[in-house]
Design a protein around this ligand. Structure first.
Ligand SMILES: Cc1cc2nc3c(=O)[nH]c(=O)nc-3n(C[C@H](O)[C@H](O)[C@H](O)COP(=O)(O)OP(=O)(O)OC[C@H]3O[C@@H](n4cnc5c(N)ncnc54)[C@H](O)[C@@H]3O)c2cc1C
Length: 465
């Protein structure tokens, strides 16, 4: 076997690296983590304890098997912790780092070979059947047999409606996690987006600028729904529903089945039904043709995201309180234009009336969610992979073409030997692959596959039809 490079220092990279450390002994495992604290990535790099996990503590984990589970780990810092709690994301970042640390110690004791590189991977060049050369930092090259891309979502691109003047002026923020770049106290802060990232941004802004008026705007103005405080009764006929969903043709038929189940839910409620679909969501997505996927993205994604990716109850309470106090206004409107300097002039078309109006905001923060449009993003490595034909963009801009197990494919669906992805780059194939419950299963399976693979099977993979 040959060496393996895992590229990306977030939670998905940590999961893949840790799983490989405990089973791959055919060469060196390289983890190329970039400049940030390894293991935390975007989600778990926050230091704000208002930013809560949106998954209960009992379901959070980075590996299939842990040296200690997340609840025990959190209890050492917080005292009593229940598996049903929604804990601060910072704690989960600490947990990832501790778990990866434990795997590193075990790998050292077992004499396994690994390297952690605190630089970015700049280029991946094919060496034919021998594998790949990966350029790390300015000029170091690693020769590896397999590459795992765990680079997360792309940095946000400005919306088309934002003028260059607005972008240059410094009052339009593309990174919702960098409010610290704005020392002045704004009178009005506008957040574009109303999903989970927008909600965290609003909570941080409310504390940071207690006198600022907050406005959140998205086309439908729908905030995420909240989780119930305690786990809900499962829907008694969930299996039947899932079978019916798998057998149905198209999104309209699926929605009919879900609506019928909701009116027949008995003691269960809609949230249990949505959660109970989790095991079949990837399959449902894969069954949809491209036009139907496009239709879903255009017409149903907004409500699906709000129902499926819900806020922790405490997060919901804090947001509703801001609304009740009149500090936060949530608008359903399209952003037509953002121009000017400070204050920025934002032109909106209200959804219900179609009336156009203008609002001034001293700071506008873009929090429009995961961007996986690799063909348009400014990610040097992904752009190079696309240019060299090693990766192909998903036609709906949901990452790259790949098989369900993460192996990249060309435009005809033929596997690209030795190139794999994990996490949000796989949305085109799996749709739901970005949360830890999915990531840790994917990392485990990938590590098992790569550890069992012989060089012969790797080469012959290139000849698969
Ligand atoms: C705000 C937020 C909250 C979330 N909350 C939850 C939750 O409560 N529960 C849950 O299960 N999931 C949650 N998620 C989902 C989350 O996406 C996953 O849990 C996980 O963090 C994804 O990690 P990742 O490694 O794929 O991506 P990222 O966190 O984006 O990490 C990718 C890393 O790769 C680095 N990188 C990129 N290019 C290169 C390169 N060329 N070389 C080296 N490094 C590179 C990036 O700098 C980054 O550090 C949340 C997501 C977000 C954004």
């Amino acid at each position: 076997m040959a060496d393996i490079a895992v590229i990306g220092g977030g939670a998905a990279g940590a999961a893949a690296f840790g799983e490989l450390l405990s089973r791959f002994d055919g060469g060196t495992v390289h983890w190329i983590v970039g400049q940030h604290a390894p293991g935390r990535g975007v989600a778990y790099g926050t230091s704000d304890d208002q930013h809560l996990l949106n998954v209960r503590a009992s379901a959070m984990g980075v590996f299939q098997e842990h040296a200690e589970d997340f609840i025990q780990h959190a209890a050492r810092q917080l005292g009593q912790v229940k598996g049903t709690d929604f804990l601060p994301r910072r704690l989960f970042g600490d947990f990832i780092q501790a778990q990866v640390g434990a795997r590193i110690d075990a790998a050292r004791r077992a004499g396994r070979s690994f390297r952690i590189h605190p630089q970015s991977a700049r280029e991946v060049v094919s060496r034919g059947p021998g594998g790949y050369a990966v350029r790390v930092g300015a000029d170091r090259w690693l020769e590896v047999g397999e590459v795992v891309l765990a680079v997360g979502a792309l940095a946000q691109r400005p919306l088309r409606s934002v003028s260059t003047t607005a972008l240059a002026g410094g009052a339009y923020e593309l990174d919702p996690w960098r409010l610290d770049r704005h020392p002045q106290s704004p009178r009005r802060v506008m957040v574009i987006g109303t999903g989970l990232t927008a909600v965290d941004t609003l909570l941080s802004a409310a504390i940071r600028w207690p006198h600022a008026e907050l406005v959140a705007v998205s086309r439908h103005g729908l905030l995420p729904f909240t989780h119930a405080a305690l786990p809900l009764t499962p829907y008694a006929r969930q299996e039947e529903l899932n079978r019916a969903l798998l057998a149905s043709e198209g999104t309209a038929a699926m929605f009919r089945h879900v609506r019928a189940a909701m009116s027949d839910a008995g003691d269960a409620e809609w949230r249990s039904i949505i959660d109970g679909m989790r095991p079949v969501n990837a399959q449902l997505w894969q069954q949809l043709s491209h036009p139907r996927r496009r239709q879903f993205l255009r017409h149903a994604r907004w409500v699906w995201e709000a129902a499926r990716h819900r806020m922790a109850p405490a997060t919901g309470e804090a947001i509703y309180q801001l609304q009740e106090e009149g500090r936060l206004q949530v608008l359903a409107a399209r952003v037509l234009d953002v121009d000017g300097t400070a204050p920025l002039q934002v032109t909106l078309r209200e959804r219900s009336t179609q009336l156009v109006s203008a609002l001034e905001a001293d700071l506008v923060i873009q929090a429009t969610g995961l961007d996986t449009a690799v063909a348009y993003g400014a990610h040097d490595l992904l752009s190079q992979l696309l240019r060299d034909g090693l990766a192909v963009a998903d036609p709906l801009q949901l990452g790259v073409l790949a098989r369900p197990d993460g192996q990249l494919t060309d435009g005809e669906g033929k596997p690209v030997p030795g190139l794999h992805a994990i996490g949000s780059l796989l949305r085109g194939n799996l749709w739901e692959c970005t949360a830890m419950p999915e990531i840790r299963v994917a990392a485990h399976r990938l590590a098992v596959r790569l550890s069992q693979q012989s060089p012969v099977s790797r080469e012959s993979a290139s000849e698969l039809p």
